[in-house]
Design a protein around this ligand. Structure first.
Ligand code: T4K
Length: 361
């Protein structure tokens, strides 16, 4: 029996990708902000209706570059319920991550907890739109304005989500997204920064290219964050299928919800806007019940994932210990079920039925 993984990349037909590669082969332009990178940026902006996007090597570097472009030095308030990259990017840029706890309903940072974590050293807030679910943007904006803080959204999961009729990526001083193979839109490895300000966008473009300005003089301490033409070609090809992938995930998400709601003791993420439904997280009453459901799925060769466990504040080799009861409790009880374009609907039903009947008290 073939294994069913938590996700699979959404890929355009191979011929559509190779067609784009013909131009790369004939021109020999592989990288350095070539025509396909520029085209990917343009088409992505048109799709998301954002003014600008800087395509980079991956989502982690996108966050690092956002911190650098905003010239931040100090404490950045962030969520403990995320992938390690959110915290490690802050540390990598020489800043200090300070955790605030989450809203257990939306899984996103709780604005009240953000405000309580502010100190004289706080320079920014870095919330995550967890699983593509919009953060409480209005409350976060109000706190940022009141305390003169920058906001970088870790928008790794946010492509295709909207809030108040606008792309989720359009919010924040910078929104840093990921085009990793497992994301809604993929370039195999890749990421992007959407900056509100033209000047920040200019700095991002310099940082991506060793810190060089238009005259090829180093104006800023940069890095090599360039996306290649081969990766951009994949992004262009896959972008055409994003609408279909979004509709497909939303349909399967609804099927999961309907079947699993019947079990009565499971909780689901409270959505705060138009979520892309890129993941299907389900919260069990106890970790023991989660483990029973996970074992039942694994016996059928179905591989769910415990995103995000453990809670990042428990990684005390890299962060200062600080209890985060809301995040720790959620992290111990949450399981993401397989959800991707091409996953047959009868498999969704089968998975939901296994979880629906596994280890109920
Ligand atoms: N911020 C947040 C909130 C994030 O979630 C992430 C990344 C980042 C920042 C940083 O963005 P990047 O620097 O990665 O662009 C995965 C991804 O590696 C990672 O991108 C993602 N978040 C994280 C949540 O999940 P793993 O350890 O789960 O990956 P892996 O290899 O176990 O893949 C999961 C499943 O996907 C596999 O079971 C099969 C399938 N898969 C995977 C790959 C790599 C494929 O079908 N094809 C593939 O090529 O981390």
């Amino acid at each position: 029996m073939e294994k069913i993984f938590v996700t699979q990349p959404t890929l355009a037909p191979l011929e559509e990708y190779t067609e784009l590669l013909k131009g790369v082969w004939s021109s020999g332009i592989m990288t350095h902000n070539g025509p396909l990178v520029r085209r990917f940026e343009k088409e992505f902006c048109e799709y998301e209706k954002v003014d600008r996007m800087v395509a980079v090597v991956n989502g982690t570097v996108a966050i690092q570059m956002a911190i650098r472009a905003l010239q931040l030095k100090g404490e950045i308030i962030t969520t403990p319920f995320s992938f390690i990259a959110t915290t490690s990017a802050i540390l990598y840029e020489g800043c200090t991550p300070v955790f605030a706890d989450i809203d257990p309903e939306t899984f996103n940072l709780d604005p009240a907890k953000i405000e309580a974590a502010i100190t004289p050293r706080t320079v920014a807030i870095m919330p995550v739109h967890v699983f593509g679910n919009p953060c409480d943007i209005d409350a976060i904006d109000a706190i940022a304005q009141k305390h003169h803080l920058k906001v970088i959204y870790d928008a790794a999961h946010a492509v295709g989500s909207t809030y108040d009729g606008r792309a989720l990526l359009s919010y924040g001083d910078v929104a840093a997204t990921s085009f990793h193979a497992t994301k809604m839109l993929n370039t195999a490895e890749g990421g992007g920064c959407v900056a509100r300000d033209e000047e920040v966008d200019r700095r991002l473009r310099m940082i991506r290219f060793f810190g060089y300005n238009e005259a090829k003089e180093p104006e800023i301490d940069g890095t090599n964050g360039k996306m290649t033409e081969v990766h951009a070609a994949l992004g262009i090809a896959n972008l055409k299928y994003l609408d279909a992938a979004l509709a497909d995930r939303r349909r399967k998400y609804a099927v999961y919800r309907e079947i699993l709601a019947a079990r009565g003791d499971l909780r689901f993420q409270k959505l705060n806007g138009e979520c892309n439904c890129s993941y299907f997280p389900v919260v069990f009453p106890t970790e023991e019940q989660l483990l029973k459901a996970e074992s039942a799925l694994l016996r059928e060769n179905i591989v769910p994932r415990r995103y995000f466990s453990p809670s990042l504040n428990t990684y005390t080799a890299i962060v200062k210990p600080a209890p985060m009861p809301g995040s720790e409790s959620l992290a111990s009880r949450i399981l993401c079920l397989p959800l991707y374009f091409g996953l047959p609907e009868e498999t969704v039903v089968k998975i939901a039925e296994i979880v629906g009947s596994a280890g109920r008290m």
